[in-house]
Design a binder for this molecule. Structure first.
Ligand code: ADP
Length: 195
């Protein structure tokens, strides 16, 4: 029952790789960004609350995000494991997730960090903006999201490094190439049962 987190700066390809890896491992992928976007689209109370933060590239407040994740992790499809994408991204969220998991005597087995430099990320996200029109893919908001990653989410990475569950993967290259790197890294029996 693998429990994984994929973490990386905006534009690093987390969502794309999360889908592939979750399929490969037979676990559900849970993307907080996707859940928020679906709620914004459906104009639910949660979406209405999250929208302004997302458009500004700010984190949605923990009070909202933590509860949403707790609810999601109480559903039955996570019994066979899960791959979190986009949560936790603050140290406070790490503590909250620890508590949720400890309640079931669980913890994260592996944290995969995708690495890419800021200039590559900005150009990828600007390219994506032309295709998807995501409301937070414009240059000022992209810079802000990258800054938040450096200021807050790198501390999350440091925590999981200390716990010796972190795997770093180079996120530069073709989509298939990066998937192969991840699968190879996960094949190390130190992290998961052989794939
Ligand atoms: P990105 O690649 O920019 O990180 P995501 O799709 O993962 O994109 O997230 C989009 C937005 O959703 C974030 O900018 C933020 O507003 C909100 N969000 C997603 N996950 C979280 C989280 N764990 N905590 C707070 N806000 C979040």
């Amino acid at each position: 029952m693998p429990r994984l987190l994929i973490i990386g700066p905006p534009g690093s390809g987390k969502g794309t790789q999360a889908e592939r890896i979750s399929e490969r491992l037979g676990v559900v992928a849970i993307s907080t960004g996707d859940i928020f976007r679906a709620n914004v689209k459906g104009e639910t109370p949660l979406g209405v609350e999250a929208k302004n933060y997302m458009d500004a590239g700010d984190f949605v407040p923990d009070s909202v995000t933590n509860k949403m994740v707790r609810d999601r992790l109480s559903e039955s499809d996570v019994q066979s494991g899960f791959l979190l994408d986009g949560y936790p991204r603050t140290v406070a969220q790490v503590d909250y997730l620890d508590e949720i998991l400890a309640g079931d005597e669980e913890k994260l087995d592996v944290v995969l960090q995708l690495i890419a430099d800021d200039e590559e990320l900005v150009s990828r996200l600007l390219g994506r903006a032309e295709v998807t029109g995501r409301s937070d893919d414009n240059v000022a908001v992209i810079r802000h999201r990258l800054n938040l990653y450096h200021e807050q989410t790198e501390a999350v990475v440091a925590k999981y490094t200390e716990r010796e569950v972190l795997i770093q993967v180079d996120g530069i290259g073709g989509i298939d190439e990066v998937t192969t790197r991840i699968i190879d890294a996960l094949s190390n029996p130190r992290y998961l049962q052989p794939l």
